[in-house]
Write a protein of this length. Structure first.
Length: 95
């Protein structure tokens, strides 16, 4: 639960420049998806490491989740009526 409540530094900077209603909409959309997203990222990174496509412990799964949320936020700004569901977050994380 603490991970869900934590606001990531880069995302926080993006959100500070945004109307509160838009921020709440984003938080409500991603909050239930954070744990499944983190599991997806860890699984994908383990697969890439096993294949030899990703070496060492960099990037950390939390960094990938952070970047995914920032990109999801930016995508939502470009397409305000866009869907920010599980599939969208997983697609962004897998890039």
């Amino acid at each position: 639960m603490a991970q869900q409540e934590r606001t990531l530094p880069r995302l926080r900077a993006e959100l500070e420049r945004t109307p509160a209603a838009d921020v709440e909409h984003f938080k409500e959309a991603v909050r239930p998806l954070l744990q499944p997203l983190a599991r997806h990222v860890r699984r994908e990174m383990a697969f890439l490491r096993a294949r030899g496509d990703l070496e060492g412990d960099f990037p950390a799964a939390g960094d990938v989740v952070d970047e995914t949320l920032v990109r999801a936020w930016q995508e939502l700004l470009r397409r305000p009526q866009g869907d920010l569901g599980k599939g969208t977050l997983f697609r962004i994380a897998s890039r």
